[in-house]
Design a protein around this ligand. Structure first.
Ligand SMILES: [Zn+2]
Length: 367
C-alpha cells in the first residue's frame, strides 16, 4: 500500500450547523415521526425487492417475447435503482437500522443485487465523497481523469473538448467497471482517491466474495440456461448501462454543476472552511417539489440535506430541507436549488462543456 498524503481537514461546528441540528433534533425527536419514517422506508424496500424479483422471475420463467422482455429488463433496472438509492445507500450510511451489523447486512444488497462491493462503497462514498466533497484528488466521484475533466484544478487535455458528448456513454459503464473488479482493484491498491481502504477480513471478505458470486449467478449464469449467450450479454449490458447512467447522473447533478464550489487541498490549507458550509456550497438540490422523483431517487435530489444528515433516513429530507434553507438564509450560506430536472441537466452539460475547452483557464461562476 502506497503512502497516503496528509488528510485535509475542515473546521467543525459553527452557529450554522448548530442551529440546524437543534431544529432537526426537535423534529426527529417525535416518536411518531421516526416510526412513520421507518415504516415508509421498509414499505419502499419491499417494493424495490419485489420489482427486482418479479422482473427477473418473468425473464427467467416466462421467457417473454421482445416487447415484454424489454419491459421486464426496464423493471429490472428500476428495481436495481430503487435498491441502490433507497436501500443500500441508506443502510451503508447507517440510516436504515439502529445497529451497525444490521445496516451492513442490509447494505450487502449492493453486493448481491448490484454486483458492487458495499465494503469498498463505504470508503468510496461515505469517506472519500462525503468527507471531501468536490476536493480535487480526495473525492473519487469527480476524479475521472484521464477520461474527463470535472473540476477547474484538473489538467486540461485536447480530448476533453468533446467530453460533454462522451460523458454520457462514460456514465453508462461506471457500474460495469465496479462489477468487473474496480472495487477489488481499489482494495488491492489499498486506497480510493486519498482515503485508505484496508483489506477486508472475515465477514467483510466473505460478503465481498459471496456477493460477487451471487450476482454473477443470478445476472449471468442462470440466464445462460434459458437464453443464447449473446442475448444474455445484450441484456446484462442494457440492464447495467441503464442503472449506471441514472446512478451517475443523479450524483453528478448534485455536485458537478456550474453552481457548485470546487476546491483543492492547497486552497483548503490556505483558507480553512467550516465543514457544514463547505458541504452546502459544493452541493445542489434539484426538483424538490417533485414527490415522484424524490421517491424514486431515495431523496438524493435533496443532496444538501443528505450531506448534512447522512445517517438520517432519506424519507425525512423534504422536511429537513425547510429547516436548512431557512438557516442558510439567516447565516448567509449559499443554498442552491434547481427547480427542474431540465435546468439541472443543462447546468451539468454547461459545466462539463466549459471545462473541456482546451488550454483555457475556465472561469466557473461560483454563484
Ligand atoms: Zn450518501
Amino acid at each position: 500500500m502506497s503512502a497516503l498524503p496528509a488528510k485535509v481537514s475542515f473546521e467543525n461546528g459553527g452557529d450554522f450547523i448548530r442551529d440546524i441540528r437543534r431544529e432537526v433534533d426537535l423534529y426527529l425527536d417525535g416518536r411518531r415521526t421516526r416510526l412513520r419514517g421507518n415504516i415508509q422506508l421498509y414499505v419502499k424496500s419491499v417494493v424495490a425487492f419485489g420489482v427486482l424479483a418479479a422482473s427477473w422471475a418473468s425473464l427467467i420463467f416466462l421467457h417473454p417475447g421482445i416487447a415484454l422482455g424489454l419491459l421486464a429488463l426496464a423493471g429490472l433496472s428500476l428495481g436495481a435503482i430503487l435498491v441502490g438509492f433507497c436501500i443500500q445507500h441508506d443502510a451503508n450510511h447507517g440510516a436504515y437500522f439502529r445497529t451497525r451489523r444490521a445496516n451492513h447486512l442490509m447494505g450487502w444488497s449492493a453486493d448481491a443485487l448490484l454486483g458492487i462491493s458495499s465494503y469498498a462503497w463505504r470508503v468510496k462514498h461515505n469517506v472519500a465523497h462525503h468527507t471531501y466533497t468536490n476536493v480535487d484528488g480526495y473525492d473519487d466521484d469527480i476524479n475521472q481523469t484521464p477520461f474527463a475533466r470535472l473540476m477547474p484544478s484538473q489538467q486540461p487535455r485536447r480530448w476533453y473538448r468533446l467530453q460533454h458528448l462522451y460523458i454520457w456513454p462514460l456514465y453508462c459503464v461506471m457500474v460495469i467497471r465496479w462489477q468487473i473488479g474496480a472495487d477489488a482493484a481499489a482494495i488491492i491498491r489499498g486506497r480510493i482517491a486519498n482515503s485508505a481502504l484496508h483489506p477486508p477480513k472475515r465477514w467483510d471478505l466473505t460478503g465481498l466474495v459471496g456477493g460477487k458470486l451471487l450476482f454473477v449467478g443470478w445476472a449471468i449464469v442462470v440466464p445462460l440456461f434459458v437464453y443464447p449467450w449473446w442475448v444474455v450479454v445484450l441484456g446484462y449490458v442494457g440492464f447495467t448501462a441503464m442503472t449506471s447512467l441514472i446512478t451517475a447522473t443523479t450524483f453528478q447533478l448534485a455536485h458537478c454543476v456550474e453552481e457548485a464550489d470546487f476546491t483543492s487541498a492547497e486552497e483548503l490549507k490556505a483558507n480553512p472552511r467550516v465543514w457544514a458550509v463547505h458541504e452546502v456550497e459544493t452541493t445542489v438540490d434539484f426538483c424538490p417539489r417533485n414527490p415522484v422523483l424524490t421517491w424514486l431517487l431515495g431523496g438524493l435530489n435533496y443532496q444538501i440535506e443528505h450531506h448534512l444528515f447522512p445517517r438520517v433516513a432519506h424519507v425525512h429530507y423534504p422536511r429537513i430541507a425547510e429547516i436548512v434553507r431557512r438557516n442558510a438564509a439567516q447565516h448567509g450560506v449559499r443554498y442552491t436549488v434547481q427547480p427542474s430536472l431540465w435546468r439541472a441537466l443543462r447546468s451539468h452539460h454547461r459545466h462539463v462543456r466549459a471545462l473541456g475547452r482546451v488550454g483555457m483557464p475556465v472561469e466557473i461562476e461560483m454563484g
